[in-house]
Design a protein around this ligand. Structure first.
Ligand SMILES: Nc1ncnc2c1ncn2[C@@H]1O[C@H](COP(=O)(O)OP(=O)(O)OP(=O)(O)O)[C@@H](O)[C@H]1O
Ligand SMILES: [Mg+2]
Length: 269
């Protein structure tokens, strides 16, 4: 189990605004080294924004984000590039380059960010594809493999530079139940064998509870619950209960802004 005193990710009072909209609202989050954290939350809650912030693709409007003790908000572009090399990201929309083979997709970060010779790169490609069970498919184009295999290929690419943290944004979206289980096992396996800290956004509850050491529930740019799987599963908090059980009725639905809807309809006149 992760050491509770060793935080690899520390977000302190972080706010992200896009124009008028506050998408992350004074968030505080600590993730322990080696931990598998699952982020839950409705569409638009701010999950991908949080992940983009941690991956240094989005800047905080205020607050601090420290990764491995370093404040990424104060980094120069060159420092940020180095930081980005030290993490792996499977973006929600993260597609493979369609015109490149799976092998070349995995090689891309190595060719871009290292001076390794081609022979070494070919060996690393094989190792990374073996980790995700795709070694035999290196020569194929993305269009020639299934959706689940594409996710795994994306993961192999995210692993290319031996990241210390991997961020997964809905890695199971659109996959059949068997592929979902395979991706879960892969995330757990990589965490356990390589010790890589794992942050996963998912809407798949079975998957969330299978993968997580700890879950957080986001709503309107804030964390509304935080706890280990058992605690979250049996939570009597109506909001957590509604979300985890996928109920249509409950505080999440009640709180949706009916006034804004009415105003919008009336505004149409
Ligand atoms: N770059 C951006 N510019 C402006 N608004 C943005 C930007 N990125 C996200 N948003 C807005 O921030 C809010 C949260 O978006 P985000 O993508 O973080 O949601 P999410 O929780 O990942 O949702 P989903 O489950 O649908 O993926 C949305 O209202 C979205 O429109
Ligand atoms: Mg998202």
């Amino acid at each position: 189990m992760p050491d509770p005193t060793d935080n690899i990710i520390e977000c302190d009072d972080v706010t992200v605004r896009f124009g008028e909209q506050t998408v992350l609202d004074r968030l505080t989050l600590n993730v322990r080294r080696g931990e598998r954290l699952v982020i839950l939350g409705g569409s638009g809650a701010g999950k991908s924004t949080l992940l983009n912030l941690l991956a240094a693709e989005t800047r905080a409007t205020s607050g601090q984000v420290r990764i491995d003790g370093q404040d990424i908000c104060g980094m120069s572009e060159t420092q940020l590039d180095d930081y980005r090399k030290s993490i792996g990201v499977l973006f929600q929309s993260g597609a493979l380059f369609q015109s490149m083979t799976i092998g070349d997709n995995v090689a891309l970060p190595l060719r871009e960010h290292t001076d390794l010779d081609e022979e070494t790169i070919q060996i690393i490609i094989k190792m990374k594809l073996e980790l995700v069970g795709l070694r035999e498919h290196a020569h194929k184009l993305p269009s020639q493999i299934s959706g689940g295999m594409k996710k795994r290929a994306g993961l192999a690419r995210a692993l290319a530079l031996d990241p210390k943290i991997i961020f997964y944004d809905e890695p199971s979206a659109g996959l059949d139940p068997v592929s979902v289980t395979e991706v879960d096992q892969l995330m757990i396996g990589l965490n356990e064998t390589l010790g890589v800290t794992t942050v996963v956004i998912t809407h798949e509850m079975v998957s969330a509870f299978r993968v997580a050491h700890r879950l957080v529930l986001m709503d309107q740019g804030q964390f509304v619950a935080d706890g280990p799987p058992d605690e979250m599963k049996n939570s009597s908090d109506p909001l957590v209960y509604q979300f985890v059980n996928g109920l249509a009725e409950g505080p999440l639905a009640d709180r949706r802004d009916r006034d804004a809807y009415t105003a919008d309809l009336l505004g149409a006149y």
